[in-house]
Design a protein around this ligand. Structure first.
Ligand SMILES: [Zn+2]
Length: 184
């Protein structure tokens, strides 16, 4: 066994810093502090799921509209990712909820991202500083980060095992990573 393989296996076993409790508390924090005017009109379930290369999060609505599912890329659990990346990704999905995408609320716009409406809404809601940090980190690090760390996660966390069942109109198909940011 070489040192290289020892290092690799140590890296693979490195602990994750964010769990289900973290994401639920972050949802509550964001809703209370930045989205308090947005009515909660159905059940909102959040979880880390998926290891998509070109997507950090998504929001979908169940067929009966009783449940909104917000999913964040599982790689955002890793300690190398600053907290503002999963936080702003979650806030981004809450903007969609407020705009009636992935939620039963009336739809305010025809398209979820056109005109940088998500970025502008995050600014309006007091999240500009965190958004800028997020944007910078994603632009600078994500595409190098992804191939380095994808192997750290257990295959059972593969999103495709759970994706898309019982949900309709996922923004997945029209929700690029940058979400209307640079180059997107
Ligand atoms: Zn989006």
């Amino acid at each position: 066994m070489s040192f290289a393989s020892v290092d690799s296996s140590t890296t693979r076993c490195a602990p994750l810093v964010r769990d289900q409790s973290w994401i639920e508390q972050e949802l509550e924090y964001l809703w209370d502090n930045h989205f308090a005017d947005v009515p909660l009109v159905n059940r909102v379930a959040v979880r880390f799921v998926g290891t998509w290369r070109s997507r950090l999060g998504l929001i979908t609505l169940s067929e009966d509209e009783h449940t909104t599912y917000i999913c964040l890329n599982t790689l955002l659990r890793l300690p190398e990712v600053p907290y503002y990346v999963p936080s702003i990704t979650l806030a981004h999905e809450l903007v969609h909820y407020a705009h009636g995408f992935g939620s039963p609320l009336p739809r305010k716009y025809r398209y979820p991202h056109r005109g940088r409406i998500v970025e502008r809404e995050l600014s309006r809601r007091g999240l500009r500083a965190e958004y800028d940090l997020y944007d910078d980190w994603v632009y600078t690090h994500w595409y190098n980060f992804y191939p380095r760390f994808i192997g750290r996660l257990h295959p059972a966390w593969d999103p495709l095992r759970n994706g898309g069942q019982g949900v309709r109109s996922p923004l997945a198909a029209s929700d690029p990573l940058r979400n209307g940011g640079r180059g997107g």
